[in-house]
Design a protein around this ligand. Structure first.
Ligand code: ZN
Length: 160
């Protein structure tokens, strides 16, 4: 008697073209230069990263740009213990609030034991080599611990 089928691997390939708007284009070009650009809403003062060109809460254009440091705080995270193509298990993905930003973004955390990752952990971006950069978020390979003391809970409690 044969074993029941429990998993089927099906390679999928999808070709598409992405046409970014003005804000996204400037953001992607900044990544190519090793910088992370955010935009501040003139009304509520929230800083968006990645910038969308408008504040979704206020409905106004966000044309004030600022450069974020590339450091941030882990607001929540997940340890994945199932292998993923290109990633050895276990690995950590985390929602990180970059310093100065008012929204979180998901990145991998590496260069530490997954068991060491915790809420409030201070992390920094690790970039691909300058010669290999392209206008996309793949320029940030992952984040790693900075070794700084953990952030105070009050600074990220609204993002957990
Ligand atoms: Zn706003």
């Amino acid at each position: 008697m044969s074993e029941p089928v429990t998993i089927v691997e099906t390679p999928i390939k999808l070709d598409f073209s992405y046409t970014p708007g003005v804000a996204s284009s400037r953001f992607l070009r900044s990544l190519e230069k090793g910088k992370i650009v955010g935009q501040r809403c003139p009304k509520c003062k929230k800083v968006y990263m990645p910038p969308r060109g408008a504040c979704s809460m206020c409905g106004v254009a966000t044309d004030e740009e600022l450069i974020l440091s590339g450091k941030g705080t882990v607001c929540t995270f997940c340890v994945t213990r199932i292998p993923t193509p290109g990633l050895d298990a276990p690995y950590v993905s985390a929602w990180i609030r970059l310093d100065g930003a008012d929204i979180t973004s998901m990145f991998l955390i590496q260069e530490c034991d997954p068991e060491e990752v915790r809420l409030g952990m201070r992390v920094e971006a690790v970039w691909v080599d300058e010669a290999d950069r392209e206008p996309n978020l793949g320029n940030i390979k992952y984040f790693r611990p900075t070794g700084e003391p953990d952030a105070d809970y009050d600074t990220y409690k609204d993002y957990v």
